[in-house]
Design a protein around this ligand. Structure first.
Ligand code: ATR
Length: 280
């Protein structure tokens, strides 16, 4: 629960972390709810994560988000990892319990699915095959969410085939791992295609994916949000596909974090989105 007599503290641990837009929207929520508190970027070097997480309780932090490169390492440090984070294989959120113990969960999956439902209300996971490009932590959250929402076929393409095969083995069911060279063909007949690689992010090359076989009604989604429109999304939009960038996933994953930290479920509104977009 929120404590009116206490200054509320949360943050994001990453390295690098200063590019993160999380402080912008979490601090907007503090203002919106009239709470005294703050959300800070915490630049934690690799190797320093355990000490940093153990410091949260004495400093009276409610919890933190963890981001690159700490999402997997954090699993080994916290006292309890919930079933969802264990399945995904990464933690995105740490909650400090009253006794000082640390609980880890993953809200990225919720963030992605909630964003799709909010931005494309007619979208259905079982409308046709889904194609997921990439097999890192982001991919795991997206694949898990798509499967949970009822996707019957998920074609998982990754530069390193073994990583995709590992997810297919772990998650089973709908997921089929495909080699990188098959990516242009894999989108044939797809209803959804999601880029979860870092390709297209500012400073990186564009995702090398030909869209000529993608049905025009298919949703093209990217979990990258800097830039807001990656070359992949720009091309999809130009040929008439509905698109979704990664900002909605980022904003929506903050909601369950707030519920766990402060007992409040804040809203992802057009005003909040516009405020964050202005900073990108
Ligand atoms: P995250 O946890 O944020 O998803 P990650 O585990 O480093 O990050 O995963 C990054 C993804 O981008 C991986 O799927 C990676 O492919 P590999 O598994 O082959 O490394 C993918 N990726 C990174 N650079 C790439 C490139 N130049 N071309 C294609 N895929 C790339």
């Amino acid at each position: 629960m929120a404590h009116p007599d206490r200054f509320l503290l949360a943050g994001v641990m990453g390295w690098p972390v200063m590019h993160s837009r999380s402080p912008a929207f979490h601090n907007y929520w503090f203002r919106k709810h009239g709470l005294s508190g703050t959300y800070v970027p915490l630049a934690i070097r690799p190797g320093q994560l355990a000490g940093a997480l153990r410091g949260l309780h004495p400093l009276a932090f409610a919890g933190v988000n963890v981001t690159i490169p700490h999402k997997q390492e954090a699993m080994k440090i916290v006292d309890e990892v919930d079933a969802l984070a264990r399945s995904i294989g990464a933690i995105s959120c740490v909650v400090v319990r009253p006794d000082g113990s640390l609980a880890g969960t993953n809200n990225d999956c919720y963030g992605f699915i909630q964003a799709v439902k909010q931005e494309h209300p007619g979208w259905r996971a079982d409308a046709g095959p889904a194609v997921v490009i990439g097999a890192g932590g982001g991919s795991r959250a997206v694949c898990y969410g798509l499967a949970q929402e009822g996707a019957k076929e998920i074609r998982l393409v990754n530069r390193t085939l073994e990583r995709a095969q590992e997810i297919a083995r772990e998650f089973g069911g709908a997921i089929r791992a495909l080699p990188w060279r098959d990516r242009h063909d894999a989108i044939e007949g797809a209803a959804t295609v999601v880029n979860t690689t870092s390709q297209g992010m500012v400073g990186n090359d564009a995702l090398d994916l030909r869209l000529d076989r993608l049905p025009k009604r298919a949703l093209a989604a990217d979990i990258v949000y800097i830039p807001l429109e990656t070359p992949f999304l720009a091309e999809a939009r130009k040929r008439g596909n509905p698109t979704m960038n990664g900002l909605g996933m980022l904003l929506n994953q903050g909601r369950p974090a707030w519920r766990a930290w402060f007992g409040i479920e804040p809203e992802v509104t057009a005003e909040l989105r516009a405020m964050v977009e202005k900073t990108i």
